[in-house]
Design a protein around this ligand. Sequence first.
Ligand SMILES: Nc1ccn([C@@H]2O[C@H](COP(=O)(O)OP(=O)(O)OP(=O)(O)O)[C@@H](O)[C@H]2O)c(=O)n1
Ligand SMILES: C[C@](O)(CO)[C@H](O)COP(=O)(O)O
Length: 261
Amino acid sequence: MTLSFDPAGSLRPADDTAAPGSPRFYGLIPCAGVGSRAGTTQPKQYEPLAGVPMLRYALAAFSASPSIARTVLVLAPGDQSLHRRFDEALFAGLRFDVAYCGGASRQASVRNGLDALVAQGAGADDWVLVHDAARPGLLPGMIENLVRHADGDGALLALPVADTLKRADDTACSAGTVSRDGLWQAQTPQMFRIGRLMDALDQAEASGAVVTDEASAVELLGDRPVLVRGSLRNFKVTYPEDFALAECFLASNPHSSRREP
Ligand SMILES: Nc1ccn([C@@H]2O[C@H](COP(=O)(O)OP(=O)(O)OP(=O)(O)O)[C@@H](O)[C@H]2O)c(=O)n1
Ligand SMILES: C[C@](O)(CO)[C@H](O)COP(=O)(O)O
């Protein structure tokens, strides 16, 4: 069954793309941040990149991934619907649903989004791939690469640290060099069993732990998700200068800005 963009954001029953008894894979895209470090007048995920809104790239990658049964986009409660904010044709043909359940932190937006997935029929043993709307460089092949690691404690895209690392003193001078051995930069998607991730986020919340990614939450339970090599082009747009860099990467894959998935 092909899902299409539902401008009203209504929730529909889950797809059955998996063989009976096999877990399904869901996309979850937190998109309820304000982008305070980006210096834009609207949330950064709505800014145009190579002619289309940033969030469309992640939606297109998930939409084009054969393993993904469905994807939920988490917007802030009270946010404008996409068809009011943009030309509806921009999102035509993409498979996703919208849930207006974003929270005060990324962690809360993801947790609420998991509830929305379960409300649509996702099960505790199904997998969820959580991906930042602010990473427009994602390609379907990266998603499929991650899905191949669907066992054990889950997996996340990440990159080994390439530069020499410095520890700053309180005057921003270099006070020492930190070994980069074994250090990776976490990217998204990050993939976990839905039930396990819900438990992990609930326990993090209950203990007052602030987790900036899903892997941090499951690590607190003792899990050891696999680090799967991601890509530089999958960097997170965070600061004003990142928009031009993202456009360079997107230009190197002309298909990524097409309107078709
Ligand atoms: N309350 C929040 C905060 C963040 N996010 C989402 O989480 C992703 C990664 O977060 P980040 O880059 O830190 O985005 P912002 O929180 O918007 O940025 P900033 O910290 O600069 O304000 C983004 O897709 C963002 O929209 C979210 O859904 N809900
Ligand atoms: C989840 C994340 O993208 C992994 O790198 C990142 O932690 C989220 O962004 P933040 O700046 O830490 O909120």
